[in-house]
Ligand binder design. Sequence first.
Ligand code: F6R
Length: 241
Amino acid sequence: MFKIIVCENYEEMSKKAFSVIRDIVVENPKAVLGLATGSSPVGLYQLMIEDHQKNGTSYKDVTTFNLDEYLGIAKDHPQSYYTFMHENLFKGLDIKEENIHIPSGSGDVDQQAANYESLLADNMIDVQVLGIGRNGHIGFNEPGTPFDALTHIVKLKENTRKDNARFFDSLDEVPTQAITMGSGTIMQRAKKVLMIASGEAKQDAIYNMIKGPITTDLPASILQKHDDVVVILDKAAAARL
Ligand code: F6R
C-alpha cells in the first residue's frame, strides 16, 4: 500500500524522508536501516548527519544494509558504493563499522551474493530507503528481473550505465555489472519501504509504479504488493499522478 507525499522540491522531500528515518531511530536505537546510493538520498543523509551532530541522535547501535555495489572496481575506488556511503553518510555518524553491511563486488561474487542473502535472512529491515531508476529499477533489479530474485549479480542496462556516467570520467569507466539485493529480498526483508524520487525524468517510472500493471518490465511495480510503502516525491516526479 502506497502513502504518497508530494513536496515542493528536493529539499522538502529530503526533510520529509529524514523525519521518517529519525522517528524510527529514536524509537528504536537498534533499528536496522536499508540504504541506497545515488543522488536521491544525498539530502536525507546530510540531514541525518546534521541531526546527529547538533542533536546527538545516535547511530551507535544501528545496523545498516546497502542495496548494491558495482563489480569490477575496488572497494576504495572513488565511485564504489562503499566509498559513496562512507563519504556521504557514515563518516558523519557514530555508527560502528562492524554494523555496516554493503555487498562486496570482488572475489567469488556468486558466493558473496549468497553470503549477503544469508546475512539478510537473519535480519528484518525496519525501513528500506529506495530510489528508482528511469526504467523503474529498484536496487539494480533491472527490467526483466524475476520478482522472487534474491541477492544476485546483474548486468547493468545501457541506459542505467548512461544515467550513472555522470559520476565517472567517461561512460567506458562505468562498470557493466553489479551485485544487488533482489526484488524478492526487498519484499521479504523490508518491513517498511521509503521511496524517494525527484525530477521530471522519474515521472513515468513513478506513474507506472503506482498506476501501472505489476510487471517485471517495471521492477518497482512489485511494491504495489508491499503493505507499507511511503513514497516521497517532488512536484516534478509526481506530475503524472
Ligand atoms: C542505488 C540504487 C539505484 C538508485 C536509482 C536512482 O543504490 O540502487 O536503484 O536508487 O538508480 O538513482 P538516483 O537517485 O541517482 O537517481
